[in-house]
Write a protein that binds this ligand. Structure first.
Ligand SMILES: [Zn+2]
Length: 192
C-alpha cells in the first residue's frame, strides 16, 4: 500500500499503476467477483487516475494489466454483469455491436448498483434518443435537453458521443458506460 491516498484513487507520482490498482480491489472469495473499492462513477464502475491528467475505467485497466493493450475500438465487458468487478476472468472484449446484441440477448436492465440513479435513463426510448440527437445537432445545450427529458447531463453527453444509444431501450448498459469513460482514456493506460 502506498499511504492514505491509495484508497481514494488519487494519482501518486512514482507509484506503479498495478500497485495502486490492486490496492483498491477486494478479491473476496476465490469464485466470486473482485470488487473495486476505490472511486466509482454513478453507474458503479470504478475509475483510477492513470497519470496527473488521465483517468481510466477500472475494468479496462484490469484487462490491460492482465492481458496487454485493448485493441482499438474494443469494449471491456463483464460476464458477471457487475459494474465494479475487475476480476480479469470475468471480463471479455467485445465490439459495440457485440455489446448491444449481448444486452438485448440477456434482457439486461439496470445493473444492480445504483439502480435508483439509473431509473431516469430507462425513461428514454430509441425515439427519445433520436430526438435528443436532433436537438444536439441543432446546438441546444445538453443541460436543457437533460432537463427536458428528465435525465442527467452525463447521459446526454453519452448520447452526444454516440456511445450509449444502442442499448438505450434495454436500459443503460454497463458495457456502454465503460466505453463512455474509456473513450477519453483509451490510450492512457500504461503497463506496470
Ligand atoms: Zn465479476
Amino acid at each position: 500500500m502506498s499511504g492514505s491516498h491509495a484508497r481514494c484513487g488519487r494519482f501518486l507520482p512514482g507509484t506503479p499503476l498495478a500497485e495502486r490498482f490492486w490496492a483498491k480491489v477486494d478479491r473476496g472469495d476465490e469464485s466470486g467477483c473482485w470488487l473495486w473499492v476505490g472511486a466509482r462513477n454513478r453507474d458503479g464502475y470504478g475509475h483510477i487516475s492513470i497519470d496527473a491528467t488521465k483517468r481510466a475505467t477500472a475494468s479496462r485497466v484490469a484487462w490491460e494489466l492482465h492481458n496487454g493493450p485493448i485493441p482499438s475500438g474494443m469494449l471491456v465487458c463483464h460476464h458477471c454483469d457487475m459494474p465494479p468487478c475487475v476480476r480479469p476472468d470475468h471480463l471479455f472484449l467485445g465490439t459495440h455491436s457485440d455489446n448491444a446484441r449481448d444486452c438485448f440477448a440477456k434482457g439486461r436492465r439496470a445493473a444492480p448498483m445504483n439502480a435508483g440513479e439509473r431509473n431516469p435513463a430507462r425513461k428514454l426510448s430509441i425515439s427519445d434518443v433520436a430526438g435528443i440527437r436532433k436537438r444536439l445537432a441543432a446546438g441546444e445545450k445538453r443541460r436543457e435537453i437533460a432537463i427536458a427529458h428528465g435525465v442527467s447531463p452525463t447521459q446526454i453527453f453519452n448520447i452526444a458521443h454516440g456511445i450509449c444509444w444502442a442499448s438505450v431501450d434495454a436500459g443503460w448498459s454497463q458495457h456502454e458506460s465503460h466505453s463512455c469513460l474509456a473513450r477519453e482514456n483509451a490510450s492512457g493506460v500504461t503497463h506496470a
